[in-house]
Structure formats: structure tokens, C-alpha cells
Ligand binder design. Structure first.
Ligand SMILES: *[C@@H]1O[C@H](CO)[C@@H](O)[C@H](O)[C@H]1NC(C)=O
Ligand SMILES: *[C@@H]1O[C@H](CO)[C@@H](O)[C@H](O)[C@H]1NC(C)=O
Length: 320
């Protein structure tokens, strides 16, 4: 046997070789086919996953309003909002007025506005030019397929990348530039706080690259970074990653575990309950301040009403 093989080393060897090659080729083809099958399977699985997520997020609308910036604002019945998808909130009774409102000059927008120039109004948003949401509904920015596809995964959509969260408080100048973030802050800490208010100018900073963002916000923190951090945030942001454009948008954020498993922007998960029918979280703010022209502020007030409940109010003001 061995000898025979040896005697026809050329022909036999060649035949053997080519058979091997064919085998290899067939194997290649087969693995290519199976690879592309796997790819097609995972593409359709991803499509299905994205569609399922969109169905979860986008609630049936009573009315839909097209915004000039390309957004669709769905007027969703208040009791159908995403917050009530959470088992803890299933039987929650919506309270139209907070049981308590902080008093004093700082908290009362109308009193404050008689002292400074300008009048306080609800925040104006671009979609307002094309309609209003009926009473009993809340405006929700509809999530598009592309919004979800821009995220690193369906699960991460609407969440911050928790490794990229800068720690706000530090006198250490290095921390002012943490993870590529540059920020300026004013803060207080160490006492018991029952609320906070911030009035911030609304700008539309230019973005140089798609993965950049700019924001101005109020940030209320408890616990410690990397562990049990509780955070409540609100303000404006320009974030092409999240919204697909460079508009200045109103946002909220929360997490109860240092940006790990819980929390999200706006109403993209269960968390905040909205009762206002005029403001859509994540929708573009308009008008915004311009250089050497009118200046627009938004005021955000957050206060505690019960051990676990907070109230947010948003207002805006033209200052010149
Ligand atoms: C801040 O971080 C960016 C990005 O990491 C870097 O390019 C820049 O030089 C840093 N600036 C300062 C003042 O350290
Ligand atoms: C946002 O700004 C970037 C950088 O200036 C630009 O490349 C991009 O086209 C802008 N995106 C939109 C949707 O206008």
C-alpha cells in the first residue's frame, strides 16, 4: 500500500492534492454559506429586536404632530405613558397637582418675573408651530428605527455610557477634563436638600464630530460614584448620537445605580411620570439664544414631595 502510493507519487499525489483542495473549497463554500446564513439570521434577529423595542417605546397616539425638525410628536393618553409599564407603577394614581409646592421668591416664577425683566412661560419647542396635544394626553417624541440603530445596542439606547460619566465635584484641575469631558460647574454638597432650581441660558453650540455632545444641566446626586449613585438630571443638550441632529433639546435623566443597569434619558424607560401636555422630553427647544441677539433661559425646579417622589417643573423666559 505504502509502496504503491510511493510509486505513483506524482499522479496520486496530485489527485490527492486536488481532492483536498476541492474538499477545502467545498468546506469554504459551506462555511461561507453558513456564515452568511448566520449573518442573515442575526440581522433579522436584530431587526426584530429593534422593532420590538420600538413597539414598547412608541405608545398608541391619540394624535400625532409633525415637527419641522423631522420629529414626530405623539400625543399619548397620560395613563398609557412608558412609566406605567413598570410593575411598581402599574396601579399608580396620577396626581395632577403636587401635594406641596416650595414657597418663597426663588421658587415662585411669577413673583420673580415681576422683579426681573421678561415674563415666564412654558418652554417653547419647535413642534408647537404645527399643533397642540389634547388635554389628558402628553407629547412624546416618537423613537425612530435610526435612533435605536445609532446606539451601540438596543439595550444601551437612551442610556449614558457609564464609563464616560465625569465626576462633577473636584478642585483637582485634572478632573475638569475627565474622560475627554470638559466642564464648568457650581455646586453645593453635604447638607440635606429637598430640591433645587437652576436657570440656564439656552444655546446651540456647534458640534464638530458626530460622537460629541454639549449640554447645560441641573444635576442632583446622592450616594457614591461607581456604586449606588442616585442621579436626577435635567437641562438641554445637543447630542447627534442620541437624536440624529444638532438641535438643542430638552432632556431629563435618572439612574439609581451609578449609570449601570437603571435609568435613561427622557421617557425612554419607566421612571418619570409626565402630566404636562405642552412639553415633550427630548424635543428641540426654539427659539434659542443668539450672539448679540435675544437671550432665552429655561428654569428647572425639582423638589421632593414624598419619600420617593420628586416633582419637576420647566419654564422659560426671554430676557431681552
Ligand atoms: C482634555 O482632554 C482632551 C481629550 O482627551 C485633550 O485633547 C486635551 O488636550 C485635554 N485638555 C487639557 C487642558 O488637559
Ligand atoms: C451636525 O454637525 C456636524 C459637524 O458640524 C455635521 O457634520 C453634521 O452634518 C450635522 N448634522 C446635521 C444633521 O445637521
Amino acid at each position: 500500500m505504502t509502496r504503491k502510493m510511493g510509486s505513483c507519487a506524482c499522479g496520486g499525489g496530485a489527485a490527492h492534492f486536488s481532492r483536498n483542495r476541492v474538499l477545502a473549497l467545498v468546506f469554504c463554500l459551506w462555511s461561507l454559506v453558513s456564515l452568511s446564513c448566520a449573518a442573515r439570521l442575526s440581522v433579522s434577529r436584530e431587526k426584530l429586536e429593534v422593532q420590538k423595542h420600538l413597539n414598547r417605546l412608541n405608545k398608541p397616539a391619540v394624535k400625532s404632530i409633525e415637527s419641522p425638525d423631522g420629529d414626530t410628536i405623539d400625543c399619548v393618553h397620560m395613563s398609557h405613558q412608558p412609566a406605567f409599564d413598570h410593575p411598581y407603577l402599574k396601579d399608580h394614581k396620577i396626581q395632577m397637582r403636587p401635594s406641596y409646592h416650595p414657597e418663597g421668591r426663588v421658587f415662585d416664577d411669577n413673583k420673580a418675573s415681576t422683579e426681573s425683566k421678561g415674563t415666564t412661560n412654558p418652554i417653547t419647542q419647535l413642534w408647537h408651530v404645527n399643533g397642540k396635544c389634547p388635554e389628558g394626553t402628553i407629547p412624546i417624541r416618537r423613537t425612530k428605527k435610526d435612533d435605536v440603530l445609532r446606539a451601540s445596542s438596543v439595550k444601551r439606547y437612551g442610556k449614558k455610557k457609564h464609563r464616560a460619566i465625569p465626576q462633577p465635584r473636584s478642585a483637582d484641575p485634572d478632573l475638569i477634563n475627565e474622560s475627554g469631558h470638559q466642564h464648568a460647574i457650581a455646586y453645593v454638597e453635604g447638607d440635606k436638600y429637598y430640591g433645587a432650581k437652576a436657570t440656564i441660558n439656552v444655546w446651540e453650540p456647534k458640534i464638530q464630530q458626530a460622537n460629541e455632545f454639549s449640554l447645560s444641566q441641573l444635576w442632583i446626586l446622592g450616594g457614591s460614584f461607581g456604586q449606588d449613585l442616585n442621579s436626577i438630571e435635567a437641562g438641554w443638550q445637543v447630542s447627534p448620537d442620541l437624536y440624529g441632529d444638532n438641535n438643542t433639546r430638552l432632556f431629563t435623566y435618572w439612574t439609581s445605580d451609578a449609570y449601570q443597569a437603571t435609568g435613561c434619558y427622557n421617557l425612554l424607560c419607566s421612571g418619570f411620570i409626565q402630566i404636562n401636555s405642552e412639553i415633550a422630553m427630548g424635543a428641540s427647544i426654539s427659539p434659542v439664544s443668539g450672539f448679540r441677539s435675544s437671550q432665552y433661559d429655561i428654569s428647572i425646579l425639582v423638589w421632593k414631595v414624598k419619600s420617593k417622589a420628586l416633582v419637576f417643573t420647566f419654564s422659560s423666559k426671554l430676557n431681552s
